[in-house]
Design a protein around this ligand. Structure first.
Ligand SMILES: [Fe+2]
Length: 586
């Protein structure tokens, strides 16, 4: 039995396909259209999911959508009525997309897929909760979902047991942890729904002491936070409920100046604001989690919603709350909710037993050796073929050790926003210049942002102060942990200013080529850790196909590309060189 889950029209449209309760394919639309965070109906992602199984929409038993558009529309109408006349402009600008698109989801599904079967619409936070619990390793668990906003909910908690989910309480719009984080992201001049993680990366440069950070104290004025983690906002600090901006003038005054623009330098004040926000967010979610534990008495916690991508906080949960085990799926924000709705239909509506645990994120398109070779030959690309898998592993490790920037393309594309060793750029973390090298050659990103280390799971505790055993979300780069001090100088390029690392752990069964390259690099350097950063041109989504990967290498300063059994050097293909920076958008 096949069930298809769909999410679109807000952020990160995606599709997920279940076969007899197991996720067999899942991908975000942006990877196919090459438009970052594409929100449009996921025609290409659906096509990939169906083709990967050799089926058509006629073979689908059910289709599900990750929210209830009518209920959301009701909230939007309320919001605009409450804010009238200030909301008049945003009301007018938002209506066409509601009338032409968002309220016509059913019709769109039927037309695009030529599908005549049943379509289920699931509340957005229930889809988030399902995406976290139903594919988790836990038979029973507490569930917490925290995002910007769904229909009305901005956070919910409850319990998952077997194949049932019971959401017990919610926090409703306009009070929203996600929208608070996005408001400060906008204030600092970053793009909303895109750059929240940059604020998280900026925070450790600021004062992370609650007693001395002046902005932590100031930001507390915007929120009335109760001991049980519930809260209300003083809405005079915000305008997102009636305008297409987020911070109010009052908030700007409190933070000491007008909203910044994207090129503003990030000085002490901005760093302290980011730190104050991170501290306040951690206060709120800690209170929520302690309350959820008290009410549910569960040992396990699963998280979903955009706030579950706050890996800095995730790494503190097992130490700061009574929960013993944690699980977060790799695509924890809206992009992953299509997986939740498909699982919810199968397990909760149809009442089928759970028989699946998502252990790896490689659910997107993959390419055979023949397909890859055909692409290289058809385009006259100069390449060499490795003699063996062993040769491929050893050569890749050596190239990294010799301080090359290496494009790495193996397996099915990652599900979720992080590169996890299927579409990654690898480099040497022991090289103190690696950060500058990557920034000048490829990433061109803000200097304050850290690069992430990848380590084999069996080596993780030696280098990082991880929870024991290493939690599975660490495999999805969702947990930041301190790097043991004795290694700071050995791996300077992945040690953040506060001594932390946003590590990815890798288990050999997930992607043995990647695992073996890291181990082999360890033999050369003495440290089995690599830099792993996403394989993309600045402002574009992570690469999907061999063509995307080759184009990315030729447009940036990536030295070589290890793709399946093939090694392609940039210098050998000079006629295809171009400068991606001339076209970069972000
Ligand atoms: Fe959401």
């Amino acid at each position: 039995m096949y069930v298809l889950g769909i999410g679109c029209y807000y952020h990160d449209a995606s599709a997920s396909l279940l076969k007899d309760g197991r996720i067999v394919a899942a991908a975000e639309e942006e990877r196919f259209t090459r438009k970052k965070h594409d929100i449009s109906f996921p025609t290409n992602a659906i096509k990939y999911c169906l083709e990967s199984q050799g089926i058509t929409a006629n073979d689908l038993a059910y289709v599900g959508f990750y929210e209830k558009p009518l209920v959301k529309f009701e909230r939007v109408l309320h919001q605009h009525l409450d804010g009238f006349p200030k909301s008049y402009k945003t009301f007018l600008s938002s209506m066409p997309s509601w009338i032409n698109q968002k309220l016509r989801v059913m019709r769109k599904i039927r037309k695009e897929l030529k599908y005549k079967g049943e379509v289920f619409f699931i509340e957005h936070h229930l889809a988030h909760a399902a995406s976290a619990f139903l594919v988790s390793p836990f038979k029973e668990s507490a569930i917490l979902t925290v995002d910007g906003v769904g229909e009305w909910s901005t956070a919910t908690y409850g319990v998952g047991k077997g194949n049932s989910i019971n959401l017990m309480k919610e926090i409703r719009f306009p009070a929203s942890v996600g929208l608070l984080y996005s408001t400060i992201t906008a204030y600092l001049g970053f793009s909303v729904n895109n750059s929240e993680y940059k604020v998280m990366g900026l925070a450790p440069y600021g004062d992370m002491n609650r007693k001395t950070n002046p902005y932590y104290k100031k930001l507390q004025k915007v929120i009335d936070l109760k001991e049980d983690g519930s809260f209300k906002f003083d809405m005079s600090y915000f305008v997102y409920h009636h305008a297409d901006r987020m911070p109010s003038k009052k908030l700007s005054r409190m933070l000491g100046g007008p909203v910044l623009n994207r090129d503003s330098p990030m000085g002490k004040r901005e760093q302290d604001i980011a730190a104050g926000l991170q501290l306040l967010t951690e206060d709120i979610i800690t209170k929520m989690l302690k309350h959820v534990h008290k009410v549910t008495k569960q040992k396990n916690i699963v998280l979903a919603g955009g706030c579950a991508l706050n890996s800095v906080y995730n790494g503190k949960i097992l130490r700061g709350t009574p929960f013993k085990r944690i699980w977060v799926q790799p695509n924890a924000s809206d992009g992953g909710a299509s997986m939740g709705v498909a699982s919810y239909i199968y397990n909760c509506i149809l009442g089928k037993r759970r028989n699946y645990h998502l252990k790896e994120a490689f659910l997107g398109p993959s390419f055979t050796t023949q397909e890859t070779k055909r692409f290289l030959d058809a385009n006259g690309i100069v390449y060499s073929e490795f003699e063996s898998e062993r040769d491929m592993v050893k050569t890749t490790a050596r190239l990294c050790y010799e301080n090359n920037v290496v494009g790495w393309f193996h397996h099915g594309m990652e599900w979720g926003p992080r590169a996890l060793g299927a579409r990654s750029i690898l480099a040497n973390p022991c090289n103190p210049e690696a950060k500058e090298l990557l920034n000048s050659k490829v990433k061109h990103r803000e200097k304050f942002r850290p690069f992430a280390p990848v380590v084999c799971e069996d080596d993780a505790l030696k280098y990082f102060a991880c929870d024991k055993p290493v939690p599975e979300p660490t495999d999805f780069m969702l947990m930041v942990y301190p790097i043991w001090k004795r290694w700071h100088k050995t791996i300077p390029s992945v040690t953040h200013v506060d001594g932390s690392g946003r590590l990815q752990s890798i288990r050999r069964h997930q992607n043995w080529q990647y695992y073996d390259v890291i181990k082999e690099f360890g033999k050369l350097s003495g440290v089995p850790i690599l830099i792993n950063t996403s394989f993309n041109i600045r402002g574009e989504p992570i690469v999907c196909t061999p063509r995307d990967a080759y184009k990315c290498m030729m447009g940036t300063g990536i030295d070589c590309l290890v793709m399946d059994r093939f090694l392609i050097n940039r210098e050998d293909n000079r006629r295809d060189m171009w400068d991606s920076e001339k076209y970069a958008k972000d």
